[in-house]
Design a protein around this ligand. Structure first.
Ligand SMILES: NC(=O)C1=CN([C@@H]2O[C@H](COP(=O)(O)OP(=O)(O)OC[C@H]3O[C@@H](n4cnc5c(N)ncnc54)[C@H](O)[C@@H]3O)[C@@H](O)[C@H]2O)[C@@H](O)CC1
Ligand SMILES: [K+]
Length: 509
C-alpha cells in the first residue's frame, strides 16, 4: 500500500539496494540535484515516518521519541514536532548531550524547541503509559556496537511494552551488513530513507527490523540515474527469468539433469533434490546413488531414473546430461570422493552442494561453470574462517567465495546472498524461519539444477531458484505457519512459482 505525503509517495519496496556508506557520500549532491536542502530532506524523512506511524498505529496517542546525537536523531525531532502539532502527547528523550549535533539535526532540534517542545534526558525515568516508541537513536552513522548510555537505552526500549517504529535502521543494526555487534532495538516496523540498505535484508536484519518500508524522499529522478550494486530479489521478478513454456516443447528441451549423491542410508537427500528438479520443470532426471537406494527411490518417485553410482555410470551420465547436481547426501567417503573427482572435469553447468562442498574445501579448485550453495558452516570451511566471520559480513563472504572458487556463490541463511565473477550481487528478500529444517538445501539444489537445464545462465538460475524456493516456503508459512514445515511440503507447491505466469498479482511482492 502507498502512503501519500505532499508530492511524495511511499511505495512498494524497490529492487535496488545501495550501500549506506555510498549514500552518505552522495546525499549532499543528491539534494543539490533535486534543488532542495539537506534540511528539507530531513523534514521529508520525518514527515514520512510520522505518516507511517499514524497509519500503522492509529490508536497510539502517547509517543516516546528517542533521539541520538546524529541526523537520525534529527529525523526524530521532526517526527516529534509533527506529532505534537497533531495533538499527540509526545515525550522526547534525548541521548545524552545535544550540543554536538550536526547542522540539520541542530535545526530540527531548534524547530522542536521553538514550537514549545520539551527535551528530557533519556536516562531519566520514562513515562509508563506510552503506546508507541519512535527510534531515532542511531541510524546509518553507527560505527560499532552501541556504547553506553545508548546500549542501556536500547535495552530499556526493548523491555518497554510498546511497539517500536525505527527511523532508517533499527538502532544498533549495521546498515551495511545486517550484523548486530551489540544491543539492537527490536523494531516492529522500520522506515528507511532514500535507498534500501543491505543491512536491512541480510545478516541479523530479519530478527530486528520488522516490516521494512521505504521512502525515496522525492529523489526518484536522481536515483534513476544511479546503478545499484545489489539487487533485492522477490517473487515479482520471477517472470523476468521464467518465461512461459513453449507449446511445442518436448522433454529433451527442458534439460537432462544428472543428480549424484545419496550414500548408504541417505536416500532422502537425493530423492528431494531429484524430485524438486522434476517439480521445477526438468525434462529428465537421472539419479546416480548407492545401490541400496535404488529400489526405494524408484518406488517413491517413478519419474526418476535411478542407477548405481559407479565410475562407468558416472562417466556415461556426464556424457548424457546437460547439467550436473552433485553433493546431496553424498557423504565424504571414498565413494563420494571418486564421483567428485570425475565431476571436476565436467564442462557443463553444474551445482555443488553439501558434501561436495566439504570435499571442495580440500581440493580448492576454481571453476567458472559451477554454482556452489554453501550454508554459513560450509562457507566457513571453504574460506577457512569462523562462522561468525561469515555472518558478520555475508556480502563480503559471498564475494570471497566467488574469488576463491569461481562461478556463482549462493550463501544460504536469512537473507541469502548470491554473487558472481562479474561482481553482480543479490539478496533474496524471500524465505522464513520455517525453512530452518533438514532437506531444504537439497530441494534448492534440485530447483536450481532444473533451471540450469532450462537454459538459464548460472547467476540467473541461482537467483530464480532461490526465489522460487523462498517464495514457496513463504506461501506455505502464510497458510500453515512456520513450525513443522517440511522440505517435502515444498515439492507439490513449487509449481505456482516456477510458472510465474500463473502467479496472482497479489502474491508477487
Ligand atoms: N542520508 C541522508 O541524506 C539523510 C539521512 N537522514 C538520517 O541521517 C542518518 C545518518 O545520520 P548521521 O550520519 O548523523 O548518523 P547517525 O545519526 O546514525 O549516528 C551518528 C551519531 O551516532 C554516534 N555513534 C556512532 N556509533 C556509535 C556507537 N557505536 N555508540 C554510540 N554512538 C555512536 C556518532 O558519534 C554520531 O553522534 C540516517 O540514518 C537517517 O536517519 C535523514 O535525515 C534523511 C536524509
Ligand atoms: K534508528
Amino acid at each position: 500500500m502507498a502512503i501519500k505525503h505532499g508530492k511524495q509517495q511511499v511505495s512498494e519496496l524497490p529492487h535496488s539496494i545501495f550501500y549506506a556508506r555510498w549514500l552518505r557520500e552522495q546525499e549532499a549532491g543528491a539534494a543539490r540535484a533535486a534543488g532542495i536542502s539537506l534540511y528539507t530532506l530531513m523534514q521529508r524523512a520525518g514527515e514520512s515516518a510520522f505518516r507511517l506511524a499514524l497509519r500503522a498505529y492509529p490508536l497510539a496517542r502517547r509517543w516516546l521519541v528517542l533521539v541520538g546525537k546524529g541526523n537520525n536523531g534529527g529525523d526524530g525531532y521532526v517526527v516529534a514536532r509533527l506529532a505534537r502539532a497533531a495533538g499527540i502527547r509526545v515525550t522526547l528523550l534525548a541521548c545524552p548531550a545535544t550540543d554536538a549535533l550536526p547542522p540539520e539535526a541542530t535545526q530540527a532540534r531548534r524547530d522542536w524547541l521553538a514550537d514549545g517542545g520539551e527535551e528530557n534526558d533519556a536516562r531519566d525515568p520514562w513515562p509508563a503509559d506510552a503506546d508507541l516508541i519512535i527510534d531515532g537513536l542511531l541510524g546509518s552513522g553507527l560505527s560499532a556496537a552501541p556504547r553506553e548510555p545508548w546500549a542501556g537505552l536500547i535495552v530499556r526500549a526493548n523491555r518497554y511494552p510498546a511497539p517500536v517504529l525505527a527511523l532508517d535502521t533499527p538502532s544498533g543494526l549495521d546498515a551495511e551488513t545486517g550484523a548486530a555487534a551489540g544491543e539492537v532495538i527490536q523494531a516492529e516496523q522500520t522506515i528507511t530513507f532514500i535507498t534500501l540498505k543491505p543491512g536491512l535484508f541480510t545478516g541479523q536484519a530479519k530478527a530486528w527490523s520488522g516490516r521494512v518500508h521505504h521512502d525515496d524522499l522525492g529523489l526518484t529522478d536522481w536515483l534513476a540515474g544511479q546503478s545499484a550494486p545489489i539487487r533485492r530479489l522477490s517473487a515479482g521478478l520471477l517472470s523476468e527469468w521464467l518465461l512461459p513454456r513453449r507449446a511445442t516443447a518436448h522433454k529433451g528441451d527442458n534439460g537432462r539433469l544428472l543428480v549424484v549423491g545419496g550414500d548408504e542410508g541417505t536416500a532422502g537427500a537425493i530423492r528431494m533434490a531429484g524430485e524438486a528438479a522434476l517439480r521445477s520443470g526438468a525434462g529428465l532426471v537421472r539419479v546416480l546413488t548407492h545401490q541400496q537406494n535404488i529400489a526405494p527411490l524408484l518406488a517413491a518417485r517413478p519419474e526418476l531414473m535411478v542407477r548405481e553410482l559407479t565410475t562407468a555410470s558416472m562417466r556415461e551420465g556426464l556424457e548424457w546430461a546437460d547439467v550436473l547436481v552433485i553433493g546431496p547426501g553424498m557423504g565424504q567417503s571414498d565413494w563420494g570422493k571418486n564421483a567428485l573427482r570425475l565431476a571436476e572435469n565436467c564442462n557443463k553447468p553444474m551445482l555443488w552442494d553439501a558434501d561436495a562442498l566439504n570435499l571442495l574445501a580440500i581440493t580448492a579448485g576454481k571453476r567458472q561453470n559451477r554454482v556452489i550453495t554453501p550454508h554459513p558452516g560450509e562457507a566457513a570451511r571453504l574460506l577457512n574462517c569462523r562462522v561468525a566471520e561469515i555472518e558478520s559480513n555475508r556480502l563480503l563472504a559471498a564475494q570471497n567465495l566467488v574469488k576463491r572458487y569461481g562461478g556463482v556463490a549462493l550463501l544460504k541463511g536469512a537473507g541469502t546472498v548470491i554473487a558472481d565473477e562479474s561482481g553482480r550481487m543479490s539478496i533474496a528478500d524471500v524465505g522464513n524461519a520455517g525453512m530452518a529444517t533438514g532437506g531444504m538445501g537439497d530441494v534448492l539444489s534440485g530447483i536450481i539444477g532444473a533451471l540450469l537445464g532450462q537454459k538459464l545462465p548460472l547467476y540467473e538460475a541461482a537467483c530464480a531458484g532461490c526465489v522460487v524456493h523462498g517464495a514457496t516456503a513463504d506461501e506455505l508459512a502464510r497458510r500453515h505457519g512456520m513450525r513443522g514445515m517440511l522440505a517435502t511440503d515444498l515439492l507439490p507447491a513449487l509449481s505456482q512459482f516456477v510458472n510465474p505466469e500463473w502467479i496472482e498479482s497479489d502474491k508477487t511482492e
